[in-house]
Structures are given as structure tokens and as C-alpha cells.
Design a protein around this ligand. Structure first.
Ligand SMILES: [Ca+2]
Length: 259
């Protein structure tokens, strides 16, 4: 049983605590002219560097993203070419924003976490859970633990695949993150907070699946804390929000995480 309490004033619009460094280079795909800087392709099919796009449409943010269509023979994708130093005992979280269009029943997106030895020879991949179905932009998330003592570096692949039947689907990736978690995985912390009208939205870091979060608030730090809401995190959950009464136009929030 581990508990962490973090207090953040509700009017703060900036991250209040240090966020683990993103180890992906060019994570938003915005750098690059004909190809995205520090990104490569794996497999066949149609792998396209989308440019001059509109945020929220065929890119998540900015104007650029990467697309996968007609994976051949069964799976294709993009990967960050940067070798990230890594070693046994470390745990990483990989996240990416994905738009999946016209997926049929056996189409999926999945994250691969490839491990290499000191000579950059592959030691095999760890597979993410995979996501099925068409969807507008959603964040996928996987946690990978390194248990092989020969691992020296890792790289991350973002793939679109199919099983038996051909596909007319398209997967678009943008805004990817690779973060080193402390070991054991660190408890959640409030990453950011927004306050629009009566709606407060907290963005939670490291929401390990199955962990329970209790959010409390107070009008000022001299009065008692009351429960504002609770939730159990899933792999893809990063936000909690609740509309509150006008008397709570300002206040302080804290979150307790129970592993
Ligand atoms: Ca982008």
C-alpha cells in the first residue's frame, strides 16, 4: 500500500511537478521535410509522412503526423531511430496518440518495445496490448519492464496490423512519448490542471492500470479537505474531471494514489 498526496492550486495552468523527460526525438513529427527527422519505417504497404494537416483532423497537434495503410504482409509502421540507453530493472511507459480510420474487425494498432544488446543486436521485442477498432484521436499507453541483463538500448515501434482479411483501414500516429519510470513504477501525480467554467480537469501522470485515485479539494488550505471524486485508472486514462458548484471557483486539489 503506497500513498502519495499532491496539492495543486486549481487556478494553476502550468505543470506543478517535474515530468519525466520524453526520450523520443522529434516526438510530434514536426521536424522534417520529405521524411520525419529521426523516424524510420518498418514493413511494407503505404507509409506516408502527412504534412500541412489540420490539428485534430489528420494530425493530433501541429501540422504533421505519420500514416500507415495497406500493411504488408500483415504489419507495418514507424519507429523512432534513436537508440535509448536502457538496462535490466528499468520500467518504461510508452504513449502515443492514434487515429484509426475504417478499421475492420481484425485491424489493430500495437506498440513494440525492441531491446538491443551493446552491439545493437536485437534481443527481441516486448508487445503492447494492442487496440482494435476505428476511433478518432485517442491516447494508447503501455508499460514495459526490462528483465534481460543483456539489454543496453531500446527503441519503440508504432504499428498497424491486420490478421486474416485485407484492410482498407488507415492508422495515423502523432505525439508519442517514451518515459523512464522509477522502479517500482512511480505513483501518479497531477501533471496539469485546467479550470473552464465549472469544470475542473486534472491530467494524471503514470496512471498504472488498476490503481485507485481519490481526489480531494478545499476552498483554502485552512479548511478541511472533502472528497471531490474517485476513479480507478485504466491503461488509457489520463484525465479526471468534475463539474463543481460556483462556490468552488477557487480552491486546492490533491490526489491520493493507492497501488
Ligand atoms: Ca504533429
Amino acid at each position: 500500500m503506497k500513498k502519495l498526496r499532491v496539492i495543486v492550486p486549481v487556478l494553476s495552468m502550468l505543470p506543478a511537478f517535474a515530468i519525466a523527460a520524453n526520450l523520443i526525438t522529434n516526438p510530434g513529427l514536426e521536424q522534417g521535410s520529405f521524411v520525419p527527422t529521426d523516424w524510420g519505417t518498418m514493413g511494407g504497404g503505404t507509409l506516408t509522412y502527412l504534412q500541412n494537416q489540420t490539428s485534430g483532423n489528420n494530425c493530433h497537434t501541429g501540422t504533421k503526423a505519420v500514416s500507415i495503410q495497406s500493411p504488408s504482409p500483415f504489419m507495418a509502421g514507424w519507429y523512432n531511430t534513436n537508440f535509448v540507453p536502457a538496462s535490466m530493472g528499468q520500467t518504461y511507459q510508452v504513449r502515443a496518440w492514434v487515429r484509426s480510420i475504417n478499421f475492420d474487425s481484425d485491424d489493430f494498432v500495437i506498440t513494440y518495445f525492441e531491446q538491443y544488446d551493446a552491439a545493437k543486436t536485437s534481443l527481441g521485442v516486448l508487445c503492447g496490448t494492442g487496440i482494435l477498432g476505428s476511433s478518432n484521436w485517442r491516447e494508447i499507453s503501455d508499460v514495459f519492464a526490462i528483465t534481460n541483463p543483456s539489454v543496453a538500448t531500446v527503441r519503440v515501434f508504432f504499428l498497424f496490423g491486420r490478421s486474416a482479411t485485407a484492410t482498407t483501414g488507415q492508422a495515423i500516429y502523432d505525439d508519442v512519448t517514451l518515459e523512464l519510470l522509477s522502479s517500482p513504477p512511480s505513483p501518479s501525480a497531477i501533471k496539469a490542471i485546467s479550470h473552464v467554467g465549472g469544470l475542473v480537469t486534472l491530467s494524471i501522470t503514470n496512471p498504472t492500470a488498476g490503481t485507485s485515485h481519490s481526489v480531494e479539494r478545499t476552498l483554502d488550505l485552512s479548511t478541511s479537505w472533502t472528497t471531490a471524486g474517485t476513479f480507478v485508472a485504466t491503461c488509457t486514462m489520463t484525465n479526471w474531471s468534475q463539474e463543481f458548484s460556483n462556490q468552488w471557483q477557487r480552491g486546492f486539489y490533491r490526489v491520493t494514489t493507492t497501488n
